[in-house]
Structures are given as C-alpha cells and as structure tokens.
Design a protein around this ligand. Structure first.
Ligand code: ADP
Length: 368
C-alpha cells in the first residue's frame, strides 16, 4: 500500500527552510507526535464545536451499527486533522488505513487500497486535494456506491468490470479546501473546519504534554509558550521540547518563565509567535514593497519559498493576527504589521488595505 507522503513531500522543503516552528516534521518528531496524540475525543482539547459535531456523528453511527458519513477535515497544518482521523477510528473501534493524496497518483493505487479495506474500516486520506484526477473520479463512485469500476484493456475493446466494496468511511484532510473539486466535496456528509487555538486551549494541551513527557513546567512558563505557539498544537509541543532542552542544559531541568523566555528568544520565536517565515513575509511586504499590494508569487520569491507554503503556512496566521490582508490587487500590510516590525508606514497606506475579504471579487486570491 502506498504510504503517506506527509508534509515531507511538500515543495520548497529542505534544510534551508527548516524552522523551529516549521509545520514540517522529520521521522523522530513524528514518533514524539504519535506519543503525544490524544487517543479519544474526550482527551482532544479545543475545537469545541467540531468536537461536539463529530461526537454526535460518531455516536449516532455506532448506535445504528453502520459506517458514519464520510468526514472532511480542513485547516492549516498542525491543528489536529490527523489526530482527529485516528480518534474517529478509535471511537468507532474500527481499524484505520492511512495514506495521502500525493501517494495516490494512479487510479490503480486507489483501487488496490479500496478493495483491501475491511468492512467499516476508516480510510484516512491526508492532503486529499493533491490526488490525481483519475483517482479522484474513482473515489467519488467508491464513496457514493461502494463500488469501483476496474477498466480492463485499452481503446474500443476496454471493458469496465464493477467491483463491489465493503462499506467504509473516508476521513479526508486538507489544508486547501478550496482546491477540492465540488463533486468530491459533496461526497462528504460532515465537514469540520479546524481553526487556530486560543492561548488557553494551547495551555491545556501543553499541560497534558508536559505530564506525558514528565517535565515540570510552571504555569507562567506554560502561558509564555502558549502565547508564542502560533495557535498551533504541533508548534506548542515542539516549543515545549526546545524549552525543556534549554532548562536541562542551562538550568536544573525545571521549566520556569525565565527558561521559557530565554529558549524561545534563542529560537527566534517572537512575542506574538511569528516565526522566521512569518517575519520574512512581513519584512518583504513592508521593507521591499512599501506595504504592498504585492502578488503571492512575487512575495514567495522574495522570501525564497514556494507560493503554496506562503499561502497555506504563513498567511492564514498573519491574516488571523490582523497583520496582512488579501485584496484583489495582492497582499497588503496593515498598520499593526508596521508597528510590529517597529517601522513607520508610508503615508497614505495603500487604499486597498481595508477591503473586507467578502468584498474581494477575486476571493482573496491574486493572480499575476
Ligand atoms: P495535522 O494533521 O492537522 O497537521 P496533527 O493531528 O498531526 O495535525 O497534530 C499535530 C500534533 O499536535 C499531534 O501530535 C498532537 O499531539 C497535537 N495536537 C493537535 N491537536 C491537538 C489537540 N486538540 N489536543 C492535544 N494535542 C493536539
């Protein structure tokens, strides 16, 4: 079976782009993450609405003894999509098969996975928007009718042999819901959108992780780390481990606010949690392009990253923090961004700066 490509397959990834708060992970980190992953819905902190909705969907399906509707989870990396997929299987007490869009390039790859699923098995498809068109089309039919058509032969003599499948549940995860074709989106009976966590929720996650890692952390250190974790549990857990390193090497192993402060400064995590890429985007926008508007491709070149990485990793958080806005003419820096960098904005600010996204005819997307 093809294995998940995970984020290691993302373009633009490499040592030169490695960041302490990078959402991409190596094998060691994946092991640690697995150990810190909540196993049941009751252990999953934050995302209250999605959790309640999912709880209802799963309990109802269990009561009926049937497979639940297919589930789509969307949101930026590191917010808990994989974790929730695992939880879906655990709550249903069913096995889970894990693969990803990039690993399924041919319809045949998908047919092989689908035809080997056990009844009511959960199929986790990470980065589902990156599947090939042919596989996508096969997936529609399989999700709807639990059937795939295996094409035998070529040209006019080709025949489609229908293959019945056992009922199963797809849990799809995507960082780019907008890239999913409508027919595929429509096949999901439940869509949960994961949003950035607030500091109190991250603090809760950090307390749990500290307990599991058996490290002693003061409450003010928890707050410090939570406030600088970019609203992302993966980053919170990663920063906790870096702070633990610092306390072990330079202190007595216990993590207090001073240790947290010193370690986070050492790793260039700024007071509102922006990391190097976030800051590079802001700096390019303000210093190089006078606050914009500037197109995503130009901005990505300026920070030596792939446009997709800038769009899915940096921008959602910068926008959420009110530091940038997406307008039909490109990205613009807000007054908060200038203030955060300690710079004075040129007067007047770009006239597009305050156009709300819903009034944006390009849907926030700027094409050059
Ligand atoms: P995604 O699939 O969205 O990129 P993951 O599910 O892999 O994110 O989550 C990354 C890490 O963050 C996991 O190892 C898990 O330990 C932690 N995590 C995510 N969401 C939560 C949560 N709500 N509560 C506790 N830990 C979480």
């Amino acid at each position: 079976m093809p294995t998940a490509g995970r984020y290691g397959a993302e373009p633009g990834e490499g040592p030169e782009t490695a960041r302490v708060v990078d959402p991409n992970r190596d094998a060691d980190e994946q092991l640690i993450e697995a150990a810190l992953r909540p196993k049941r819905l009751s252990e999953f902190d934050g995302q209250v609405r999605v959790r309640e909705q999912l709880d209802l969907v799963l309990r109802a399906a269990k009561q009926r003894g049937s497979a639940p509707d297919h589930i789509l989870l969307s949101g930026p990396p590191g917010l808990g999509k994989t974790t929730l997929a695992m939880i879906v299987a655990a709550e249903l007490e069913r096995p889970i098969r894990v693969t990803s869009g990039p690993a399924i390039q041919h319809a045949g790859d998908l047919a092989a996975v689908l035809s080997s699923l056990a009844e009511h098995e959960v199929l986790f498809l990470d980065e589902i928007h990156r599947m090939s068109r042919a596989a996508e089309e096969m997936l529609y039919l399989a999700m709807e009718d639990f059937r795939v058509d295996i094409v035998v032969g070529k040209g006019p003599g080709a025949t489609a042999i229908p293959l019945e499948l056992a009922p199963f549940t797809v849990v799809g995860a995507t960082t780019r819901q907008g890239l999913l074709p409508a027919p595929l989106r429509d096949r999901f009976g439940f869509t949960g959108h994961l949003d950035f966590y607030d500091p109190a929720e991250l603090a809760q996650i950090l307390r749990r992780s500290a307990r599991l890692l058996a490290v002693s952390v003061s409450e003010d250190a928890i707050e410090e780390i939570a406030g600088r974790s970019r609203g992302t549990p993966r980053i919170a857990n990663r920063l906790l481990r870096r702070v633990r390193d610092w306390a072990q090497v330079y202190g007595d192993g216990r993590i207090d606010a001073a240790a947290a402060h010193a370690a986070l400064d050492l790793f260039d995590v700024d007071p509102i949690g922006l990391d190097r890429l976030d800051r590079a985007v802001l700096e390019a926008l303000c210093r190089r392009y006078g606050g914009g508007p500037v197109g995503i491709t130009t901005l990505a070149v300026a920070v030596a990253e792939e446009p997709d990485t800038v769009e899915t990793v940096a921008e959602p958080y910068l926008e959420r923090q009110g530091l940038i806005r997406r307008t039909p003419r490109g990205r613009v820096a807000t007054p908060t961004a200038w203030a955060h960098l300690g710079l004075t904005p040129p007067a007047p600010l770009p006239d597009q700066a305050y156009l709300p996204l819903d009034e944006d005819p390009a849907g926030g997307r700027f094409t050059e």
